[in-house]
Design a protein around this ligand. Structure first.
Ligand code: ISL
Ligand code: CA
Length: 550
């Protein structure tokens, strides 16, 4: 059998961050039995693929992105049997599962690291990246993502080890070919259990060159090709997405276009438009909308017939998209507008849990509410920094902190939002009384039903999957409009990204006969060349070949 590269292209992925999705056993923490109980819900939404964030055994220093055993489910989430049952039951709903593969680093509790720490001559020593002190200090002054240094000194053996994230997440040494062998084993184990594939955590980092303080290098491609050949190539229906925060369009083509590495990657470029260039996620500034359109356009046109896009605005590391892009006064219209703008593009759309009901950021008032290591470390490091201080730190955390996306899923207005019968491990957003699945699903005009409609359109209309892309009104500071084209058919998408009424005129070269309005977030009845758009209004217009001679 050979891998099929197209089977998933009309499908939409739903990301589950298990700790906060649904608690099945009443201990306040989401788990696999909870997920199983919600399969009918995901099926109703039209979902055919799940990306499941890590459920492996872990001390949870980074909420499961620190794995202590790749073959065992953490008891917090259930048992291996529960996981096999999830895979099996999901299939009955025509849903396939992608697991998270976190192999840039392990937990410090992983047996390999425990062994490696025993002595410089331990057979596992070379599984990790070690270096002697240089002039009594760390070999480089590279920052980690979570801490001031990416090197931590190990007293007992007198060397530093490298970690791109926390010091409890030592990086694996990908120059050691044994790591490749271990990763084939892990992947083949889970593929044999019936999962469809993997979301590969910070996968570009496996090509890093620590001594040159480089997080990435072209080495990654050779490694990914080896992985592909040993795990994916001979299986028909697999799917992979790599997290590659530093990738440009060119890189994305190398990863996804050659059919020998990954099916697609998550680029980050479009989500850097509200931070000061080069200063990192906490240096927030007003969102640069023109740049946002430019980046989306580059990826859409750049990957057309040369690779494959993943489409997302939210995940477990990002703030809630409505809080980031929309005036809260217009939450419902705005949530639908963002969804329509994204879901009519070419690529694979990802819906992050709660996005489909327009869940919002939390409002953190005290560090006692934080659970995320990145937020906690940022707070500690910058609270007394002369240029930061408490107030600015809290503003940044409320805008960008990862726990915004990690509060419990709001299922109903019942106690604890229907997420659990017990006190949840992290505070639930008090707005669950209004914003919840039960309310939303019941109303035909809801965000949930709008997502359902969009997910359905992708399955019905090949133009969404195959059409090309052209940006319209490039320099307009409020309108995001584009035209897709496929086999003589056109798809025109118009979104007002502002909280103001806006007039618009559809360009003359777009013929407006034979039109069907296929999505709209206001009760629009009439399409005309000149229209007044309401705040955050969005619409998609399908234009068929004229049947009569004009
Ligand atoms: O969260 C970030 C910025 O908001 C990123 O720096 C993030 O750490 C980076 O995208 C890598 O993310 C992935 O790997 C991390 C883990 O903490 C994240 O949850 C995961 O998505 C380390 O495994
Ligand atoms: Ca539980």
């Amino acid at each position: 059998m050979e891998k099929n590269f197209d089977w998933f292209k009309e499908k939409t992925v739903y990301q589950i961050w298990p700790r906060s999705f649904c608690d099945g056993n009443g201990d306040g923490i989401g788990d696999i039995p909870g997920i199983i109980s919600k399969l009918p819900y995901l099926h109703e939404l039209g979902i055919e693929l799940i990306w499941l964030s890590p459920v492996y055994k872990s001390p949870m220093d980074d909420m499961g992105y620190d794995i202590a055993d790749y073959f065992t489910i953490d008891p917090l989430f259930g048992s291996n049997e529960d996981m096999y049952q999830l895979i099996h039951e999901a299939r009955e709903y025509n849903i396939e599962i992608m697991m998270d593969l976190v192999v840039n680093h392990t937990s410090d509790q992983h047996l390999w690291f425990q062994e490696a720490c025993k002595s410089r001559h331990n057979p596992y020593r070379n599984y990790y990246i070690w270096h002697d002190p240089v002039d009594g200090k760390a070999p480089t002054d590279q920052r980690s993502f979570f801490l001031p240094s990416s090197w931590t000194y190990h007293e007992a053996t007198g060397q530093y080890y490298y970690h791109a994230f926390s010091n409890r997440q030592p990086d694996l040494n990908w120059d050691n070919s044994k790591i490749l062998e271990e990763v084939y084993k892990i992947m083949n184990f889970w593929l044999a259990k019936g999962i469809a594939g993997f979301r590969m955590d910070v996968i570009e980092l496996i090509g890093k060159i620590p001594l040159e303080a480089k997080f990435t290098s072209p080495k990654v491609h050779d490694l990914l090709q080896k992985i592909f050949r040993h795990t994916l190539e001979k299986r028909e229906k697999t799917i992979t997405v790599g997290e590659t925060g530093g990738a440009t369009v060119k890189d994305a083509i190398l990863y996804s276009g050659k059919h020998n590495e990954l099916d697609m990657v998550f680029g980050f470029e479009h989500l850097t438009v509200d931070e000061e260039a080069g200063k990192g996620k906490w240096a927030i500034k007003n969102l640069d909308f023109i740049k946002f359109k430019q980046i989306v356009t580059q990826w859409q046109t750049g990957l057309y017939k040369k690779g494959w896009n993943s489409l997302y605005l939210s995940n477990h590391d990002q703030p809630r998209q409505v809080s980031r892009f929309i005036d809260p006064q217009h939450r419902v219209a705005g949530a639908k507008m963002l969804a329509n703008t994204l879901h009519m593009l070419q690529g694979t759309p990802y819906v992050y849990q709660g996005e489909e009901i327009g869940m919002t950021n939390f409002n953190f008032t005290s560090p006692a509410q934080f659970k995320d290591i990145e937020m906690l470390n940022f707070y500690k490091e910058f609270i007394n920094h002369p240029e930061w201080g408490k107030e600015r730190v809290m503003v940044a955390i409320n805008a960008k902190g990862r726990d915004n996306a990690r509060t419990p899923m709001q299922w109903s207005s019942d106690i604890h939002g229907g997420f659990s019968t017990a006190n949840p491990w992290i505070e639930i957003n008090p707005n669950y009384l209004q914003i919840n699945v039960a309310n939303d699903r019941a109303s035909p005009d809801s965000i949930f039903n709008f997502y359902r409609h969009l997910i359905g359109l992708r399955k019905k209309l090949p133009i969404i999957t195959h059409g090309n892309f052209k940006l319209l009104f490039k320099d307009d500071p409020q309108i995001f409009a584009y035209l897709r084209k496929y086999l003589g058919q056109l798809l025109l998408v118009i979104s007002n990204f502002s909280n103001q009424d806006r007039g618009i005129e559809i360009p003359d070269d777009i013929c407006l006969t034979n039109i069907t309005l296929i999505s709209s977030n206001y009760c629009r009845k009439q399409i005309s060349r000149r229209m007044a758009l309401a705040p955050y209004e969005t619409m998609s217009i399908l234009i068929d070949k004229p049947t009569a001679v004009r």
